[in-house]
Write a protein that binds this ligand. Sequence first.
Ligand SMILES: Nc1ncnc2c1ncn2[C@@H]1O[C@H](COP(=O)(O)OP(=O)(O)O)[C@@H](O)[C@H]1O
Ligand SMILES: [Mg+2]
Length: 251
Amino acid sequence: MSDTHAIATNELTKEYLETTAVDQLSLEIEPGAIYGFLGPNGAGKTTTIKMLTGLIRPTSGSGRVGGASITDREALIDHIGYLPESPPIHEELTAREQLEYHGGLRGMEPREIEERIDSLLERLDLAEDADNRIVTYSKGMRQKTGLIQAIMHEPDVVFLDEPTSGLDPRAARTVRAVITELAESGTTVFLSTHLLPVIEHLATEVGILYEGELVEAGAPKELVERMETGEDSTLEDVFLDVTTTDEERSE
Ligand SMILES: Nc1ncnc2c1ncn2[C@@H]1O[C@H](COP(=O)(O)OP(=O)(O)O)[C@@H](O)[C@H]1O
Ligand SMILES: [Mg+2]
């Protein structure tokens, strides 16, 4: 495991009393990649992201993100941005106030904060609503506010947990475009989703997680080819194929 990778894990494992949520996960992700972390609900995606962002400690195994150990949250925090499934926003603030507050916590200069907020609000079609309180926002607007919060300090690695959930098609397209721009500027994007179309044309690399284990990994196109599921097969076919048990198959 070397620091030339943006993200590297070695047999990363999280056990709870009843379940092994993440089971000996080993990943190596290059800087500037858009890594699509795909798996059905309960596969262990959120648990993995929480370990990679230092929020929960692995039961065993290790990992490095942006050159910092995932168990050293102080060192880690400067390198990462995180959009959780439910963004941590204060309902009573406006988006602008929320983002100013977050920029301050991140140690950004006031001028830098204003510039980044203005350009990102504009980019995500939120500028008109920026001075309304978040309590009035739709799920999609909250999600976009959370995305700005995750990227405004220009981290090396951004973790997005189901980033397009609750977004209408137009907003989802804007978010996908922003993700592509981030990667082009050298940011590594780690994106979890249970929805294939989200990553089929976006991800540069895909890992399929099933019951805590990485069952497939590769470039999206490569995966489809390797599975030989037919000429018109999509990542969805690959996903169904690798996450179907033998019993289900013989039914
Ligand atoms: N705090 C917890 N305590 C016990 N079990 C948990 C906890 N968090 C997650 N799990 C279990 O771990 C598994 C993976 O959950 P999660 O990482 O949330 O999956 P995903 O994000 O892919 O839907 C599930 O079986 C879930 O019930
Ligand atoms: Mg989840």
